[in-house]
Structure formats: C-alpha cells, structure tokens
Design a protein around this ligand. Structure first.
Ligand SMILES: *[C@@H]1O[C@H](CO)[C@@H](O)[C@H](O)[C@H]1NC(C)=O
Ligand SMILES: *[C@@H]1O[C@H](CO)[C@@H](O)[C@H](O)[C@H]1NC(C)=O
Ligand SMILES: *[C@@H]1O[C@H](CO)[C@@H](O)[C@H](O)[C@H]1NC(C)=O
Ligand SMILES: *[C@@H]1O[C@H](CO)[C@@H](O)[C@H](O)[C@H]1NC(C)=O
Length: 400
C-alpha cells in the first residue's frame, strides 16, 4: 500500500482531483460574487430569475432565508422589491417548485454619484493638487478619472490618489490664465462629471515659513530677532522671490504690529520691555500680487532681554528653553533657593546650641572640682583627725 500511495501515478491522480475540486469551488464562489446588481435606495428594484422566461412558479430567498423585505412576485417569476432600504441588501436566490436553484444575484443599494466639491492647492509654480468631497453619499464603490488642461490645450491626466481623494499635476502651464479640471466619478448606478475652472496664479499659496526662531538680544530690552527658512516646497533659486510678513504683540494685547521683509533675519525694535511677546510669520509670492498669503507659522513666545540680577544657572539650559520659557523657569528657581535657606539656618543653630551646652557643662564641672579641691585642702590643714577623715569619705560619696 505505501508503495502504491507514493507512486507518481497515484500522486498525479490525487493532485488532479484536489485541483479540480478547488476549481469548482472557486467557480461557484466567483459566480455568486460576480453577479452583482445595483439598485437605487428608496426605489422599486426588479430582480429577474435568470435570463430565460420561466413559466413555473418560483420561490425567492434572501441570504438563504424565506423572509423577504416588502415585495411582490410578478407572473413571470421576477421579484419586485418596493421602496428598498439598506436592510434589503444581500444575496437573492430563486428556486423552482422542486427546490432547484435557478438563479442567484447579489443586490447592492445606493445612489448614483453627484457633483463633486473640488478645491485646488498650489504650493509653488510647478505643482497643483486638487482634492474633492462628494456632495452625495452613494454607499457604493466608485471609480474616478481626472484630467486637467490650460485654456485651449490638450487634456493631461491628473494623477489620482483615490484613497486620499486628491490628484496631482506637475508642471502646469502657469502662463495660461485659466485652467480646467475635469473629474468623473462612476459607480454601479451611473456617472457624473464635475468641471472646475480656476486661475493658478490666484490659487498660488506657499506653505508657511519653516524653522522659525525668535530670540532676545542681550543688552536690548526692546528688541527681538526673528529668523526663518523659506518653505521647503518653494524653489530655492531667485526666480520666485517670496515676501515675508512678521507680526508680534505683547501677550494679552489685541493688536498686532507688523513688519515686512524679503530676507531672514529681522530685528524688531519696538517690543514692550519686560513682556512676553507672541510672534508669527507668513509668506507670499513677491511678484504676483494676486496670489495668496501662506498660513501663519505656529505661535512663538519670547520675552525681550532684561537686566536680571539673578545668577547664571539659566545659561546652562538649552538656548530654546532660555528664549521661550525663561520667565517661567526663573520663578521656581528662586522658590527652591528660598525653601532651602531656612533648613540650612536651622541646622547651624542646633549645632551652636549643642556646642554652648557642652561648653557650659565642662566649665561647671571644672569650677565644681576646683571648689572641692580647695575645700578638701582647707579641711586637711585644719583638723587632720581620723574622725574627720571618715566624715570626708561620707562627703565624697555625696552626689555633686
Ligand atoms: C413602486 O411600486 C409601487 C407599487 O407597484 C407603486 O405604487 C410606486 O409608485 C412605485 N414607486 C416608484 C418610485 O416607482
Ligand atoms: C445578507 O447578507 C449580507 C452579507 O452577505 C448582509 O450584509 C445583509 O445584511 C444580509 N441581509 C439580511 C436581510 O440579513
Ligand atoms: C478617463 O477619461 C479619458 C478622457 O475622457 C478617457 O479617455 C478614459 O477612457 C477615461 N478612463 C476611464 C477609466 O474612465
Ligand atoms: C512643489 O510642491 C510640491 C508639493 O509640496 C513638492 O513635491 C515639489 O517638490 C515642489 N517643487 C519645488 C520645485 O520645490
């Protein structure tokens, strides 16, 4: 038997049987999934029981259950679902009166596509990104097709990223005043094309400046120095210069002061001495007056230099922390110093008290011994008798 099982012929037969079994399973499966019918929500949907006309009465099942949504069955066996809702989705099967499966179809319900709401971003002269939002929720898988052209030019594809709902065009013809984007959305119930016309030079909006830094200027209580890098999405060469707007105000004030500059860094000369300031910066194409300002860079906080008499420890902090958070660091430092001092003083006092007590005890003992010695000598000189000696012994045993 083992010899027979391992023989090449037997193995081939086993392989062929398992392969054909697998294939037939796959065919059933693809049959069920590929036969998809789409229907509009809240409409009447008609499902035919196969292609040929069937005379005999048929039975319909949804997901292998005879419970069907609101419906009627026509004389030719077609099923009409009335005013369908989401819950009517599933696999519909029709059987003849002997229980033989005649046809099976998967029903998916939704809406045909509507117009898209499109917006385009132009972060530099060589790039356009258009994103869209559906105005109708279709509940169905969709395909998109997008193309782009300048006035009177050929359509070019706008490269799609369907998952993120945007498409990109590189090197658009910037010298053309008007451009058109065309996006077609297609699903099982239809398709809709949206056209958008726009002027690239009006949409041009750089990204905000990067690596923005604000510092105080040592020795100048009313000055701040602001530095930054041009946005990394903006070309470096001088063909497309940017103009920068810096705004600043003391924290809590409602009014901004502004400075314009073509280059980093910029010195602010009129900061309010002793106050924390908020500082932001944004950029715009300098040549094209119709283009847009970038968003503001994130808010930075800084306090101008002050003639502090506090010692140096803050200099050991990283420069950023000193720039932006110096006032906040200063307080806790003073507080800890103060809280340490009383403790130190307490220790010193205690030592001194102990020293004084010990010293006075030593002096007391010395004085008492001297008095005793003097007294003993006096006694010896006066009465050197045995009786008196015994009385002296009594005296010695007395506590001092
Ligand atoms: C759906 O069918 C019902 C009954 O046949 C009918 O009254 C109704 O008008 C139909 N609705 C639509 C949207 O066709
Ligand atoms: C039928 O099955 C599908 C999944 O195949 C499910 O989404 C649907 O809700 C089911 N329909 C009903 C009425 O149970
Ligand atoms: C996309 O649109 C272009 C131009 O209209 C057309 O030639 C192409 O077949 C479309 N592709 C798809 C997948 O619809
Ligand atoms: C223009 O912006 C896009 C998107 O941010 C970027 O990928 C591209 O490199 C930028 N072009 C230049 C010349 O910097």
């Amino acid at each position: 038997m083992p010899g027979l099982l391992s023989s090449p012929v037997c193995l081939t037969v086993i392989w062929f049987l398992s392969w054909s079994l697998h294939l037939s399973c796959a065919q059933v499966w693809t049959y069920e999934v590929s036969a998809v019918q789409y229907g509009r929500l809240e409409s009447n949907v008609t499902l035919a029981c196969g292609k040929s006309q069937i005379r005999t009465p048929v039975v319909w099942h949804l997901n292998h259950s005879s419970a069907l949504p609101w419906h009627r069955v026509a004389s030719d066996g077609t099923l009409v679902l009335l005013h369908v809702e989401h819950t009517a989705q599933g696999v519909y099967s029709c059987y003849d009166n002997q229980g033989l499966l005649l046809h099976s179809v998967k029903l998916r319900l939704g809406h045909p596509p509507g117009l898209l709401s499109v917006s385009c971003q132009v972060p530099n002269h060589t790039h356009v990104r258009c994103s869209w939002v559906e105005s109708v929720k279709t509940f169905l898988p969709a395909q998109y097709n997008a193309s782009f052209r300048g006035n009177g030019q050929e359509w070019r594809p706008c490269v799609l990223d369907v998952a993120r709902k945007h498409c990109d065009v590189d090197h658009p013809a910037f010298w053309q005043t008007i451009h058109t984007l065309r996006i077609t959305e297609t699903n099982g119930l239809g398709s809709e094309t949206t056209y958008v016309r726009f002027r690239l030079h009006e949409l041009l909006k750089p990204d905000p400046p990067e690596s923005v830094l604000v510092k105080d200027l040592e020795g100048y209580p009313k000055r701040l120095i602001v530095s930054w890098e041009i946005p990394s999405s903006w070309p470096l060469h001088d063909a497309f210069p940017l103009i920068f707007q810096i705004r600043y105000r003391p924290q809590g004030s409602a009014y901004w002061s502004e400075v314009y500059s073509e280059e980093s860094p910029v010195v602010i000369f009129d900061a309010l001495a002793g106050y924390v300031h908020q500082v932001q910066i944004r950029a715009r194409d300098e040549v094209n007056a119709e283009s847009q300002w970038s968003e503001w860079s994130p808010l930075l906080l800084v306090r101008p230099w002050e003639a502090y008499s506090t010692p140096d420890p803050t200099e050991d902090l990283p420069p950023d922390a000193t720039d932006y958070f110096f006032p906040f660091n200063a307080k806790p430092e003073n507080a800890t110093e103060k809280s340490h001092n009383p403790e130190l003083e307490g220790d010193g006092n205690l030592g001194l008290v102990i020293l004084l007590v010990l010293f006075s005890v030593v002096i007391l003992i010395t004085v008492l011994s001297l008095i005793y010695v003097v007294w003993v000598r006096q006694q010896r000189r006066d009465h050197v008798t045995k009786q008196e000696l015994t009385s002296m012994v009594k005296m010695k045993s007395m506590p001092i």
